[in-house]
Design a protein around this ligand. Structure first.
Ligand code: NDP
Length: 322
């Protein structure tokens, strides 16, 4: 009987990925993605990787027979995709299956930020409703607002579709206008921020998006402005944002992602007009299961049929056989 294909799983990953793979493949676990944890002889036997988190060039180089890295999540900034492409290794991610969950969470975070619902619940739980009376009216509301979406991709579009139902005007910025959408396009982030009073960031972590939401963009958003970030913390200049929240340069922010997770700067924690979540936009059982299934299905499709289901654009590869 032929030996089973060997799949390396560094660190932790949703158990469902392992359950789906264990009968077909030989699974090799290591504590984290560190070449020192895998002897050269064993490394040579690895054909595929399933990973949630980072997988760098040193790991790719350590695996001479590697064909595929199936990454858990739609953002694949943790995987050195150019090193993979250079070696002819396909990288897959988990697009689309999380669009609705992330868009739902974004709308929830926006409403919490604007209408201060977490603070209102705390008011009730601390007995202040009975002692002090009604929770103070919120100065902010969604009524009459214009929302700008920074990144109108798969998730950005799902957010826009939901916001239509709230009667807010919608505009967006991407590098290229998206065909067939009814929303106003702004060729720069600064122009978008000037035109709206809600800015929702849902762009990937790339060299081009680094700290693009800076002091100038926040000033353009203005004193009634609300920033929501569900993309990556990398996109925001957190020091500028904290200053803008404390100084009233913008009105409020809702953040699901941070520059150096899980560390959240004290200056953001101490801002009463910041609503902060621990990177939970896709974090429901149903959606994380769908993501786990897509990780497993990519590996199965690659080794059984020679083509991955959702390769990232940088590695549009088919399997070389024979
Ligand atoms: P897509 O690739 O479908 O969309 C990305 C969008 O960003 C596109 O509209 C793209 O347009 C735009 N974009 C990319 N680079 C730039 C740039 N330099 N300037 C302006 N716009 C840019 O990705 P998804 O919608 O599926 O996911 C987006 C990101 O959201 C992920 O990469 C991930 O980092 C993050 N995410 C966060 C989650 C969380 O838990 N908080 C959960 C899921 C995703 P164009 O190419 O025309 O510029």
């Amino acid at each position: 009987m032929a030996a089973k294909t060997r799949i390396l799983v560094p660190g932790t990953i949703r158990e469902r990925v392992l359950d789906r793979l264990k009968d077909v493949f030989d699974i090799v676990r290591i504590e984290k993605a560190d070449p020192a944890l895998l002897a050269r002889s064993e490394a040579a036997s690895i054909s595929g990787v399933a990973v949630s988190g980072s997988f760098d060039a040193a790991m790719i180089e350590h695996l001479p027979s590697l064909e595929i890295i199936a990454s858990f999540g739609v953002g694949y900034d943790g995987v050195d995709v150019s090193a993979a492409a250079g070696r002819g290794v396909v990288v897959t991610n988990t697009p689309d299956v999380l669009n609705d969950e992330v868009a739902d969470t974004t709308v929830g975070l926006l409403i919490n930020t604007v209408r201060r619902l977490p603070q209102a619940e705390t008011w009730l739980r601390e007995g202040r409703w009975t002692r002090e009376g009604a929770f103070p009216l919120t100065p902010l509301s969604l009524r009459g607002r214009r929302a700008g979406i920074y990144g109108l991709g798969r998730i950005g579009l799902a957010i826009a579709e939901r916001l239509k139902g709230f009667g807010v005007e919608i505009a967006y910025h991407t590098r290229r206008p998206r065909e067939g959408v009814p929303y106003a396009y702004h060729p720069s982030l600064l122009e978008l921020a000037e035109a709206v009073d809600i800015l929702i960031a849902i762009v990937p972590k790339t060299a081009e998006t680094h700290r693009t939401i800076d002091a100038a963009v926040l000033r353009a958003l203005g004193p009634n402005g609300v920033l929501i970030n569900v993309g990556r913390g990398w996109t925001v200049d957190e020091a500028a944002l904290a200053a803008a929240l404390h100084d009233g340069v913008i009105a409020a922010a809702g953040l699901d992602v941070f520059y150096d997770e899980p560390n959240v700067p004290e200056a953001l924690l101490s801002a009463p007009n910041a609503t902060l979540l621990p990177h939970v936009a896709s974090a429901s059982v149903v959606t994380r299961d769908a993501m786990a299934d897509l990780v497993a299905d990519n590996l199965l499709a690659w080794f059984e049929r020679g083509a991955a289901l959702t390769p990232v654009p940088e590695t549009p590869l088919s399997r070389k056989t024979g």
